[in-house]
Design a protein around this ligand. Structure first.
Ligand code: SF4
Length: 204
């Protein structure tokens, strides 16, 4: 078992994650913020080697409403295939719109995105804390359009404040993004062509 864990640990580290030390062969739970089904495919595959991932679909940024349900359905399909839990909290878009007010015209990757990602990770951290889960993470770093360094910094800051651990990762490494595209095709998942909010849809 120790050798299996050692190999799993090495493979996941190669994909750009920092892992906790495991004790007595037990995989610790991790609350994984999931942005969409395609991004979750490869990330869950990697994390299952070391953790018991619990998916958390919290994305009040998604617009329009149909898009929210398309991405949720794809995420649920992946979770069913993987045999992993998926938590779906109620979502009210108004606080998200209030939070990004004044940043409607920001380019993708700018301040609006930082606010958007922080809000989603804040709620994930709160949920992890409420459920007595010590670690949380996100699928977001698998996207080539996302700045992994900034996301890791945000997650770690939030974790520090909440007394939790954040799984720093860069899942796009080692062809992670390409693998997620292929796995999504294999599963015939819905794949979006814009980031998610009304502003990114208009700029598409
Ligand atoms: S472009 Fe994406 S990350 Fe940026 S605010 Fe819109 S949904 Fe959020």
């Amino acid at each position: 078992m120790a050798a299996v864990q050692k190999n799993s640990r090495r493979r996941t580290e190669e994909a750009g994650t920092r892992l906790p030390l495991l004790e007595s062969g037990k995989k610790p739970p991790i609350l994984l913020h999931i942005c969409c089904g395609p991004c979750s495919t490869h990330v869950i595959d990697l994390l299952k080697e070391t953790y018991q991932p619990i998916g958390f679909f919290y994305n009040p940024n998604l617009f329009p409403r149909d898009e929210y349900f398309k991405r949720l359905e794809a995420t649920a399909k992946v979770s069913r295939r993987q045999g992993t839990a998926l938590w779906i909290p109620p979502v009210v878009p108004d606080p998200w719109l209030d939070a990004v007010k004044g940043h409607e015209s920001d380019p993708e990757g700018g301040r609006r995105c930082e606010i958007c990602i922080r809000l989603r990770l804040e709620v994930t951290a709160w949920m992890a804390k409420s459920a007595c889960l010590g670690t949380f993470g996100t699928t977001l770093t698998i996207s080539p359009r996302k700045n992994s360094k900034k996301i890791n910094q945000l997650g770690s800051d939030l974790a520090g404040k909440a007394g939790l651990s954040f799984l720093e990762a860069d899942f796009k490494k080692k062809d992670g993004f390409l693998k997620s595209v292929q796995k999504s095709k294999d599963l015939e998942l819905y794949r979006q062509d814009y980031c998610g909010c009304c502003f990114s849809m208009a700029a598409r």
